[in-house]
Structure formats: C-alpha cells, structure tokens
Design a protein around this ligand. Structure first.
Ligand code: NAD
Length: 278
C-alpha cells in the first residue's frame, strides 16, 4: 500500500535536513482512521441523546458537559472503548522508527486523544487536545487516569450508573474528560501551547498528516512555519487549508492520499536525511 516518494519530496527532505531545527510532525484524526477510529467528519460522528442527534462539535464542549454531564461522559467512555480496541497502524510505527533514528531532531504535535502514538512508542509528543484515558477535576488542575472500575469496553448506549458516577471523581470532586473542548482555550500546563509554537518557530520542516486544521493551535503552527519560510509536506486524501497554503505560497508539497500510503516512505526518507552522521 506504501507508495514511492516523488523525487521532489525526497529532494526537499534532504535540503531541509541540513538546516538547523527539528523535523516537526503535526497529526490529526486522519492518521488513526486506518486503525479504525472514525474522524469527526462523516455520519459515524453523530451521537443520539434522547431523540436528538448531536454532532461532535456540539458535544465536545464545556457547555454540553454543563447541561448533560452523564451523556457527555457516556459518549467519551464509548469513544475510549473504540480507541482501546484499536491498534497503532503502519504510520504510527513508522514515526517511532524515525524517532529512534533521529532522536531530538524529531518532534510530534498530535491533535489525537486516542493515545496511539504513545502506545506505539513515540516519546517526543505534545498531545495538544489531551488524552481520552484521563480525567481531571472540573474545578481544579489535577489529572488522573480513568479508574480501573470503569469498563474499557463501554458499549454504545450504556448509561452511567451510580457506581460509575462515584468513580468519576478526582480528590472527591466531580471529574471531566481530560480533553480540550471546542469552546475552551489552549494552555501550556495541560496542552503544550507555548512548546508547540516554539517547535513551529524552530522547525526545519513541517509534515501535516490527516487534519482539516479546523482548530486554532494547528492552524497557528502552519501559519508560523509559513511566516518563517519553513516548507510543509501535507498528507491528506482531500485538499484542506494546509494544502491550500502550500499551493498558494509554493512553500512545500501536497501529497494527496492516505497516511498509510505516504507516511512510511516519508519517515524512511527523513530517517536517512536527518540521522546524525557517524
Ligand atoms: P477531522 O476529523 O476534522 O478531519 C480528519 C482529516 O483526516 C480530514 O482532513 C480527512 O480528509 C483526513 N483523513 C481521513 N482519512 C485519512 C487517512 N486514511 N489518512 C490521512 N488523512 C485522512 O480531524 P481533526 O481535525 O483531527 O479533528 C478535530 C478534533 O477532534 C481533533 O483535533 C481531535 O481532538 C478530535 N478527534 C480525535 C480523534 C482521535 O483521537 N483519533 C478522532 C476524531 C476526533
């Protein structure tokens, strides 16, 4: 399924590897699509509460959690079960091998909350939207793993019991999923905001995989790289704002296709080019 890299992509990677600064990857839901985790686009994204269908952008909000915490928790616990049942795919593994070869020159910003990069073995990763396996006190900063008593195979439609509600607390205070919601702001403490912008400012090359760029920090990363004259390689089956920047500015290349088709070949080329010479 892997495709051979076009020569201009190989040339761009080699050219950028001699510049200072990390090779920065930015991944979104598309890199986990081939592991069987749905993106927010498409009909599987919808969720029924009572007789009403909600789109993820309505449910993944502080406002929805305030109005119907049990239903929002049940949606997250079901999505967590989907993530737990999934395995990292060839693209996740290729990034682990790349990091093993190039060490500190590797940097990854992921929008994904599924933990697949971390489970595959990636170490230098900023999970800028949190982690679906964790929770944090609603009125506090402390984060904790979702307790072992909460089923990891939560079926669609299961409602919270009183026992579940007792477990979903941190330091005896009600907890919430440790994810960044659409009506909330990034910060450094939980979501690596400053570190991500610093990595973008320092990057020698940006690779963007499987994201629409509909959220603020990923777009800032893309714009910052473009302002610094840092090229991007954009991997996506569909054109999107990142590929439009590349095509408008001429700074970089759009590789139309899936993560499985392009990431392993691109990671292998980057490993050659960025590896320290003995
Ligand atoms: P999105 O759902 O908005 O878009 C997914 C993107 O992936 C699209 O551009 C689509 O064209 C592309 N895509 C689909 N299949 C692909 C493939 N096989 N290879 C490469 N690209 C593919 O994604 P998003 O912008 O990341 O979602 C918004 C937020 O929702 C995320 O930031 C994240 O916090 C959350 N989310 C996370 C997960 C996860 O953790 N796996 C899944 C869904 C949503």
């Amino acid at each position: 399924m892997t495709r051979a890299l076009p020569a201009p992509v190989e040339a761009l990677v080699r050219e950028r590897a001699v510049e200072p600064g990390p090779l920065l990857w930015l991944t979104g839901a598309g890199i986990s699509a081939e592991s069987g985790i749905p993106t927010f686009r498409g009909p599987e994204g919808y969720w029924k509460v009572g007789s009403r269908n909600y789109h993820p952008q309505q449910l993944a909000t502080r406002a929805a959690f305030g109005a119907m915490p049990d239903e929002v928790w049940a949606w997250y616990l079901y999505r967590r079960a989907v993530c737990r049942a999934a395995e990292p795919n060839a693209a996740h593994h290729a990034l682990v091998e790349l990091e093993e070869r190039i060490g500190p020159r590797f940097r990854l910003i992921t929008q994904n909350v599924d933990g697949l990069h971390q489970r595959a073995g990636t170490k230098r990763v900023y999970a800028i939207h949190g982690n679906i396996d964790e929770m944090r006190a609603v009125s506090g900063r402390v984060t904790a793993p979702i307790p072992a008593g909460i089923p990891t195979d939560w079926p669609k439609g299961r409602a919270l019991t009183a026992a579940d509600r007792d477990l979903l607390q941190v330091e005896a205070r009600p907890a919430r999923p440790h994810v960044l919601w659409f009506d909330e702001c990034y910060d450094e403490e939980h979501f690596h905001f400053d570190s991500s912008l610093r990595a973008a400012a320092e990057a020698s090359l940006l690779v963007v995989v499987g994201t629409t760029g509909a959220t603020n920090l990923p777009m800032q990363v893309g714009m910052l790289c473009a302002r610094h004259g840092t090229p991007s390689i954009v991997i996506n089956p569909e054109p999107n704002p990142f590929s439009e920047v590349v095509e408008r500015s001429g700074l970089g290349i759009f590789l139309q296709g899936t993560a499985g088709e392009w990431v392993p070949a691109l990671a292998a080329a980057a490993a050659e080019a960025y590896a320290p010479t003995p």
